[in-house]
Design a protein around this ligand. Structure first.
Ligand code: KG4
Ligand code: ZN
Length: 340
């Protein structure tokens, strides 16, 4: 089966074509340079950029994969969460295609789809369940217990900043641009993670939630204290210590979740922060369960993960006629696991 995935929730327009679990083509057009002068994503600008790029990107994807639009069997599209104007561009484009081609249209939750980035890492994704799954991105730090590939029970989320957001804000405090995560990781590589003590947020056996704003504030005061003495070597130590605590919090919550959900056989990790090499190394060393990470190309926002979750949803839904209505909106969330 050929599945088209469409993603437009924030500042990346993405189109992918997959054949079952195999990626035929995954194109991502980033708007990062367009938003840079504003210091953040401007929703109205994002929507207009999506509108300009989405049709040419779709044609380019078909050409690259050697597929005609008529050859597409299913269309999966990000329905939310995200910037409303941006989402409506992708959703409306997908609806138009689905109506014109008379194909099923499957609305997909963007955050859930990050987990399905790992489909492209393991040959039999379905065998990983029951599992704990973690999405650590610029907008979310969500931990789920999953009985199967399409059931997402949220067991922890952030009470303030997301993990990637914290990397971004801390990098900005120290004079670096967006995205902050890769910069922090690169600089931290030569530093000593034990050189500075960091506040421990959400310690063991406490609330099942994430919190990153206290760590960010600590980094702000440390920046002020170090003023003038922030050499390259000091910065490497500061970033190494910060990164370690940001990731230790994830380790603590995963260990706590493993106690609460002993049925889990694997840990699945996706989202932009899953690119982090130190997180990957710590997970392999410190966790009692095998941790499966999405391949790096499918950690950041992409449409292959949207197609992958759409395909799973289609397979697990008994009454497939619900996907022929094309009657989805960008405000409601749909849970097909309960059988529509
Ligand atoms: O998943 P994503 O592309 O966007 C959202 O859906 O939010 O994730 C982007 C986030 C940014 O916050 C970025 O700083 C972070 O992922 N990130 C990293 C690394 N690479 C990207 N964080 C830590 N270490 C990295 N190597
Ligand atoms: Zn994302």
């Amino acid at each position: 089966m050929i599945i088209l995935g469409i993603e437009s929730s924030c500042d990346e327009t993405a189109v992918a074509l997959i054949r079952d679990g195999e990626v035929l083509c995954s194109l991502v057009s980033s708007q990062i340079e367009v938003h840079r002068p504003f210091g953040g994503v401007v929703p109205e600008v994002a929507a207009r950029e999506h509108l300009n790029i989405i049709a040419p990107l779709f044609h380019q994807a078909c050409e690259t994969a050697g597929i005609t639009p008529e050859g597409i069997d299913l269309i999966a599209v990000t329905q939310g969460p995200g910037l409303m104007g941006a989402l409506l561009v992708g959703l409306s484009f997908a609806k138009g295609l689905a109506v014109a081609l008379n194909k099923p249209l499957i609305p997909v939750d963007h955050v859930h789809a990050h987990i399905h980035g790992a489909v492209f890492e393991v040959p039999n994704f379905a065998n990983l369940f029951p599992a704990l799954s973690l999405v650590v991105s610029g907008g979310h730090s969500n931990l789920y217990f999953m009985e199967n590939p399409t059931s997402f029970k949220l067991i922890a989320a952030t009470i303030d900043d997301a993990c990637g957001e914290c990397f971004d804000k801390v990098a900005k405090l120290y004079g670096f641009g967006y995205p902050g995560g890769p910069v922090v990781e690169r600089i931290a590589r030569t530093g000593n993670p034990k050189a500075y003590e960091m506040p421990k947020m959400m310690p063991e056996n406490k609330r099942m939630a994430f919190s990153y704003s206290g760590l960010k504030t600590h980094m702000l005061y440390l920046r002020k204290k170090l003023e003038g003495g922030l050499t390259d070597a000091v910065l490497a130590d500061v970033f190494a210590a910060f990164q370690e605590e940001a990731l230790n919090q994830i380790m603590r919550k995963l260990k706590q979740a493993m106690h609460l959900y002993p049925a889990a056989k694997h840990i699945i990790v996706g989202g932009g922060v899953a690119m982090n090499g130190r997180l990957r190394a710590k997970a392999a060393k410190e966790l009692a369960l095998p941790a499966i990470f999405a391949p790096r190309a499918y950690c950041i926002d992409n449409a292959a993960m949207i197609a992958a979750l759409g395909w799973q949803r289609y397979q697990s839904t008994i009454d497939k006629t619900v996907f022929s209505d094309h009657n989805w909106d960008a405000y409601a969330r749909y849970d097909f696991t309960v059988g529509v």
